[in-house]
Design a protein around this ligand. Structure first.
Ligand code: KDO
Length: 334
């Protein structure tokens, strides 16, 4: 289990202390909101924040996005917000799980069923203690849930060389997964040999063959041009993936209640706009990828689901999940 570093604990404590002072300050009118993400400028989450969030807060805040991890390395954004070096990010549950292991429940294969289920879970009271802990201990507010999409296995090998029907078919396959424990565990649970690597390095790794494949939703396969250096996608849908709009609590506390409400609504509207755009892309892109010569096919989903779920039962991750939360999440699904 990973503990909060001393520096982060101090950052958290400071933001709590500052919160008390902020009540007396005047309305902010020139807040700079630096947002860092490994995503590109054309990723639908980036587009939604730039086109929906930014104009909605423009009266009092200047939104300053940094794409392709050009400001902060992937996985370090939350720490940067906690220490005051960043105001916003598109944070993953896996990153949050490095501070708060219980967040791994939202990063577990085959738990979320679809985009609507993610929203229902995020808005349910079951999320309150999760959100509160991040706010109190990290100085980060989780404003809204963004839809990244259904993650699938995308490989260099042609389908003739390797057809992926069950987890056994992934034995020995070097599958790039992001660097945290929760991601690596998911890669193993799929039956693959997970290799940690930053998002910005995937294209080169695929083109040189230093990995066999990667997992991401179809819109990312297209946006990052992974289709140029891969030959197939097995539609495993192993994770209906999400990100949270993460916002600095100390900046939040400088805002008036009206400004806070504007920021909150802007984040929710951006998330909804990005979600609709991403869902549409997921539908449309299958034919585009086929035209590019990729084989797109569905494996034995029941075999994958059963295998993945079996790996989590009794794992260190499952041990960190608060009693009854998995049942509540399941009850919010179909
Ligand atoms: C990735 O590294 O594969 C991933 O899809 C993980 C997500 O949590 C998210 O950080 C995403 O990359 C980036 O925003 C780039 O799309």
């Amino acid at each position: 289990m990973i503990n909060l570093s001393r520096r982060l604990m101090l950052a958290g404590t400071m933001s709590v202390c500052l919160a008390g002072l902020a009540v007396t300050t005047a309305a902010a009118d020139n807040v700079t909101l630096r947002m860092s993400t490994p995503a590109s400028e054309t990723d639908q989450r980036s587009v939604a924040l730039a086109e929906v969030f930014a104009p909605a807060v423009a009266d009092f805040a200047a939104y300053e996005p940094h794409y392709n991890a050009s400001l902060i390395a992937q996985g370090s954004e939350l720490e940067a917000i906690a220490s005051g070096d960043l105001e916003m990010s598109i944070a993953s549950a896996q990153e949050l799980a490095t501070f708060f292991p219980e967040f791994s429940i939202f990063a577990t294969g085959y738990v979320h069923q679809d985009a609507a289920h993610q929203v229902a879970v995020f808005n349910d009271p079951l999320m309150d203690p999760f959100k509160q802990k991040v706010e109190d201990e990290l100085g980060v507010k989780l404003l809204a849930v963004m839809y990244l999409g259904r993650r699938h296995v995308n490989l260099r090998q042609s389908k003739d060389e390797l057809t992926v029907m069950t987890p056994e078919d992934l034995a020995g396959v070097n599958l790039r997964m992001p660097g945290t424990d929760a991601w690596q565990f998911l890669g193993k649970a799929l039956g693959a040999n997970p290799t940690p690597m930053a998002f910005t390095e995937i294209y080169t790794a695929l083109s040189t063959g230093s990995v066999d494949g990667q997992d991401n939703p179809l819109p990312t396969v297209v946006d990052a041009k992974f289709y140029e250096v891969t030959n197939q996608v097995a539609l495993t849908s192993h994770l209906v993936d999400l990100n949270y709009v993460a916002f600095s609590k100390s900046v939040w506390d400088e805002l008036t209640p009206e400004q806070q409400a504007t920021v909150q609504k802007a984040a929710e509207d951006a998330a909804e706009s990005g979600r609709q755009a991403q869902l549409k892309k997921e539908e449309d892109l299958v034919s585009f990828l086929r035209e590019q010569g990729l084989d797109i096919y569905e494996p034995d989903l029941e075999a994958f689901r059963t295998h993945v779920q079996e790996q989590y039962v009794g794992s260190e991750f499952a041990a960190s999940w608060p009693e009854g939360v998995l049942e509540k999440i399941n009850a919010l699904g179909n």
